[in-house]
Design a protein around this ligand. Structure first.
Ligand SMILES: Nc1ncnc2c1ncn2[C@@H]1O[C@H](COP(=O)(O)OP(=O)(O)OP(=O)(O)O)[C@@H](O)[C@H]1O
Ligand SMILES: [Mg+2]
Length: 349
């Protein structure tokens, strides 16, 4: 993992995020439309990649990492380090049904593989207990027949077809697009080391994107638990990600609270920080050890000011109101001009 990430300039000098000192290595970026969040995200990705530490996965849901949308200053470096995965046309290669090897030399039990795949899909498409049982049987069947290896995840569709029941049909309906496009197929894991692995997902609908992201994050969690990212780390980048599952039991929340020791880092970008209907999203973003607050929407200035500094709310609110495009208040374990600083600073990206 990249321990020091250069992030921007303060009037006193260059500012870096210090991942060793911060409570966790995650970064949350928020602010209104056009404030400069995606450009800051690209700078972070570029700096991690140029440092050569670990791998990165960019879940590109809105073509923000297409050539013309990458900020010119970072374009060449990002392009040079990119590994493109055109999920819509080529699918995504993942050995989903292969047991992993743990660092202690033991292999993952097949029963755990089946349970894990069942859990991910059931939670992503919100199945009830009875439907989950059907899915479990179908996943177990695919595992036994080794049909994922030949036919990809569409083999699950075939297994569900054999249960002539409306509950099975409703599961098929929820996974229809994943099956129809057969997005997941067997093969070497798509993540290339020391690369920016850009998963092109913009051609999918919002709900299919959310499903794909959950399946992949859950698979990464399995890999992480087998120690795969312990040495070099893996950074997961999600821009415009407010529509994902932020629940306490969800995979993003799990990675936020337990990812560090397994080498996982999240970079999350959203426009609004929350509001009462998005309590889960707010909780997750505030869990990140490093926060970049770009110019907030008018109705969030008071709340963000308070978050940055309870004792100096009025000061921070005033600063937030006058942030220009490309400026933000960064809060976390920082290094400014080579001296450690814990707290908030206004910087320019
Ligand atoms: N650090 C910067 N330096 C110079 N220009 C910038 C900087 N950050 C942003 N801009 C300009 O502002 C535009 C909008 O920035 P950006 O796409 O990052 O906004 P955003 O906060 O991601 O908005 P949205 O929520 O709509 O995605 C950029 O295309 C760029 O022209
Ligand atoms: Mg953006």
């Amino acid at each position: 993992m990249c321990n020091l990430i250069e992030i921007g300039i303060h009037i006193d000098g260059k500012v870096m995020l210090d991942m060793d000192k911060s409570s966790n290595p995650h970064i949350a970026i928020s602010g209104r439309s056009g404030a400069g969040k995606s450009v800051a995200g690209q700078k972070i990705i570029r700096n991690i990649a140029v440092n050569g530490a670990g791998s990165i996965i960019v879940f590109d849901m809105h073509r923000l990492f297409s050539d013309e949308n990458i900020f010119p200053e970072y374009r060449n470096d990002i392009k040079e380090k990119s590994h493109d995965i055109k999920a819509n046309s080529a699918g995504i290669s993942i050995p989903l049904f292969s047991p992993l090897m743990y660092t202690d030399g033991n292999a993952e039990e097949m029963l755990d593989v089946i349970t894990s795949i069942t859990n991910v899909l059931s939670s992503a498409i919100r199945l009830g207990a009875r439907q989950r049982e059907y899915l479990y049987e179908a996943v177990a069947f695919v595992a036994e027949e080794k049909s994922y290896e030949k036919y990809g995840l569409a083999s699950l569709d075939r297994a569900l077809n054999m249960v002539n029941d409306e509950k099975a049909a409703s599961i098929q309906d929820k996974l229809r697009y994943i099956f129809k496009k057969n997005i997941f197929h067997n093969g070497p894991n798509f993540i290339e080391d020391h690369k920016i692995n850009i998963l092109r997902l913009s051609k999918f609908s919002e709900s299919t994107q959310a499903l794909i992201v959950e399946i992949i994050l859950a698979y990464i969690w399995r890999l992480a638990n087998a120690g795969v990212f312990m040495e070099n780390g893996l950074c997961l980048f999600l821009d415009e990600c407010q529509n994902l599952n932020w629940e306490k039991t969800g995979i993003i929340s799990t990675i936020l609270s337990e990812g560090r020791k397994l080498g996982l880092q999240l970079v999350l970008i959203t426009q609004a920080l929350g509001g009462s209907s998005k309590a889960d999203l707010t909780r997750c973003l505030l869990q990140a050890g490093n926060q970049l607050f770009f110019s907030p929407p008018e109705n969030e200035i008071a709340m963000v000011g308070k978050l940055i500094g309870e004792k100096r709310q009025a000061y921070w609110q005033m600063r937030l109101k006058t942030l220009k495009v490309g400026e933000c208040v960064v809060n976390g374990s920082l290094i400014i001009n080579e001296a450690a600083y814990n707290g908030a600073l206004k910087i320019k990206i």
